[in-house]
Design a protein around this ligand. Structure first.
Ligand code: PRP
Ligand code: URA
Length: 209
């Protein structure tokens, strides 16, 4: 069964509260999305495997721990997921980056695919799918299915704000995918927006409204 991790860290809670403000401009919004992504990435990588390495310090030889070299990839769901990439790469700089383009049809709320470019060896990688918003779950469920269809086996999903409806849909569709959520909100409104949420994440990141 999928594990759902809702972030408790005070820095994450503070920053998410900050970006909900209607009057926060795009520059600050973008910067904080990136910082929050970095902090959620820190939590979502707690169980990465380590291996022993022997190194020489200026004082002596010692056996220490370093990452076991597992290949990673970050896959943002376009557009808004792009806002989380820089923060993710600050934590895991060796990760490759793939892109999945989906938009939500405003009438049906169903995802429409328009782009997919993944690392050639993506099926060998542990993949972190990122999107600030998990609303109905249509976009994340579809993006993860696209990765599974390409043979990817180890997938985690990271978002900044989630609605309970989206979390349930994800758990049903992809019980093998752990979910890392910055804040779990109350519900969706009649237009499929998260309440209280932060509005349209893509528009706020790119200043398109
Ligand atoms: C937003 C968001 C998610 C999706 C979430 O993207 O970034 O991808 O909606 O909603 P869902 O869980 O109901 O699918 P949007 O479709 O607005 O596209 P954009 O990122 O290009 O603005
Ligand atoms: N997409 C967003 O950007 N915001 C929401 O609240 C729901 C979907």
């Amino acid at each position: 069964m999928a594990k759902v991790h809702v972030m408790e860290h005070p820095l994450i809670r503070h920053k998410i509260s900050y970006i909900r403000r209607e009057d926060l401009g795009s520059k600050d919004f973008r910067e904080m999305i990136s910082e929050i992504a970095m902090l959620i990435c820190y939590e979502a990588t707690r169980d990465l495997k380590l291996q022993d390495v022997t190194i020489q310090t200026p004082i002596c030889e010692t056996v220490e721990k370093e990452l076991a070299g597992k290949k990673l990839a970050v896959v943002p769901i376009l557009r808004a997921g792009l806002g989380m990439v820089e923060g993710m790469l600050a934590m895991i700089p060796a990760a490759k980056v793939g892109h999945i383009g989906l938009y939500r049809d405003p009438d049906t709320l169903e995802p429409v695919e328009y782009y997919c470019k993944l690392p050639a060896d993506c099926e060998e990688r542990d993949v972190f799918v990122v999107d600030p918003m998990l609303a109905t779950g249509g976009s994340s469920v579809a993006a993860i299915q696209m990765l599974k269809d390409k043979g990817v086996k180890n997938i985690r999903f990271l978002c900044i704000i989630a609605a309970p409806e989206g979390v349930e849909r994800m758990k049903k569709a992809h019980p093998d995918v752990d979910i890392y959520i910055g804040a779990l909100d109350k519900k969706l409104n009649e237009h499929g927006y998260i309440v209280p949420g932060l509005g349209d994440a893509g528009d706020r990141i790119f200043g398109t409204k």
